[in-house]
Design a protein around this ligand. Structure first.
Ligand code: FCB
Length: 427
């Protein structure tokens, strides 16, 4: 038996736009993802989050499923476009607490109000201040019951997939805007942490998607800078790494006076881990639009088995990442806020079970090697709207039939329930 420490926080994660639907209910205003998904050609088969899993109306059933799984915690996001009426989250949080499930709230999982985008979005510094106001308001409403708060989910994706490659909302393709957005997202995080602390929040965090970059030394170093250190160092050390700053300044100016605000102490770092990237020096390569300035670097195909996203299955990458974080950024407890796999549809999902089993073991080994890991949230509780890939990619422990909206726990859900009950893995 491989066991985890007492109190290890086993959970599952979702995000507002991916599951809620009810996009016109109770005064919700449009977000950049409503606009983007309704723009022809942006999302596979024109899928939108208009209905999604209808979680907004079916949340009680979903909380019931979480209780049956024995989840200790549930990570969800609050939709900024619902700021005018947050009563849905009141009801959700109360239902979770009734079942003994700790609510872990993320304030921004990519659904920026369209009105703020119209004023410049994350390329506009003012959006960071608006985020802090929103954080204060959400905390005021829910902070008596929600103790764990995350400011942003994956600012790398918001900045670079949203503004460099344009594969995600708002669909901008402007490298300078992408670096500016990255900086403003970090500023929003810092201002948000301050606002949450001022309201008395107990535990405040940031979730980053961190991707080990393997391959030739020099390109791997540069891409690691643009993928990982560009957020880790400002937030946890109060500085841009010199190589990253030099690269950013090829495209735009950033205000270094913001760094003390950005580097507010956090209580936990959320880590989203799915896969590794492999890069090689290749003078003929035009680079990757998600990494502006990566001309001369080529991305290699994944090695070995992949998920339905074509992402390499590499649990050792998770172990190394956790060990690296505890070595390079000591003193910040870690939480895996997302890990999971898109697998072929069906209720039998042996591939998902073996993916999770291998990653849980990797996390445990990292803990033995010194990583201070406090919990693990599986992405995702339910199949849901997988952004530009629409409903085709299924990450759920629980299957969703999009015709009937019926939920069916998969084999992986039953397997996960046993893991949680035992607080460990057999053998
Ligand atoms: C992450 C996102 C999450 C989900 C997974 C598969 O980048 O945070 O919403 O889409 O990928």
């Amino acid at each position: 038996m491989i066991s985890f420490p007492r109190g290890f926080l086993w959970g599952a994660a979702t995000a507002s736009y991916q599951i809620e639907g009810a996009v016109h209910a109770d005064g919700r205003v449009p977000s950049i993802w409503d606009t983007f998904s309704h723009t022809p050609g942006m999302v596979a088969d024109g899928h939108t989050g208009d209905v999604a899993c209808d979680h907004y109306n079916r949340y009680l059933e979903d909380v019931e499923i979480m209780a049956e799984l024995g989840l200790k915690a549930y990570r969800f996001s609050i939709a900024w476009p619902r700021l005018a009426d947050l009563s849905f989250y009141d009801r959700l949080v109360d239902a979770l607490l009734d079942r003994g499930i700790a609510p872990v709230a993320t304030l921004y999982h990519w659904d920026l109000p369209q009105a703020l985008q119209d004023a410049g979005g994350w390329a506009n510094r003012d959006t960071a201040y608006r985020f802090a106001d929103y954080a204060a308001a959400a905390h005021k409403r829910l902070g008596d019951r929600v103790t764990t708060w995350t400011t942003l989910n994956e600012p790398w994706v918001s900045a670079f997939v949203g503004h460099a490659s344009g594969r995600h909302a708002p669909g901008v393709t402007d490298p300078a805007a992408a670096f500016t957005a990255a900086h403003h997202l970090m500023l929003a995080h810092g201002l948000g942490v301050r606002a949450l602390r001022a309201g008395g929040a107990e535990s405040v965090s940031l979730t980053l998607n961190l991707t080990p970059i393997l391959g030739d030394d020099e390109p791997a170093r540069l891409i690691d800078g643009l993928a990982n250190r560009i957020f880790l160092d400002p937030v946890l050390r109060g500085e841009y790494p010199a190589d990253v700053l030099a690269h950013v300044e090829r495209f735009t100016e950033v205000d270094l006076d913001d760094l003390p605000t950005i580097a507010q102490p956090i209580d936990v770092l959320g880590v989203n881990y799915y896969t590794v990237n492999r890069v090689v020096a290749d003078p003929s390569s035009g680079g990757n639009p998600e990494y502006p300035g990566s001309e001369g670097i080529a991305w290699e195909d994944p090695r070995g088995p992949v998920t339905e996203m074509d992402w390499e299955i590499n649990p050792a990458g998770l172990e190394d990442l956790l060990v690296r974080l505890s070595r390079d950024y000591p003193g910040t407890p870690l939480m895996i806020t997302e890990n999971g796999a898109a697998m072929p549809d069906g209720v039998a999902d042996p591939g998902r079970i073996s993916y999770l089993d291998a990653h849980f073991r990797a996390a445990r080994s990292a803990m033995e090697r010194g990583a201070d890991l406090r919990g693990y949230f599986v992405w995702s509780l339910l199949d849901n709207f997988e952004w530009a890939r629409g409903y085709h990619k299924r990450f759920g422990l629980v299957r969703v039939d999009y015709e009937t909206l019926e939920r069916t726990p998969r084999d992986s859900a039953r397997w996960y329930r046993e893991v949680i009950a035992r607080n460990g893995l057999a053998g």
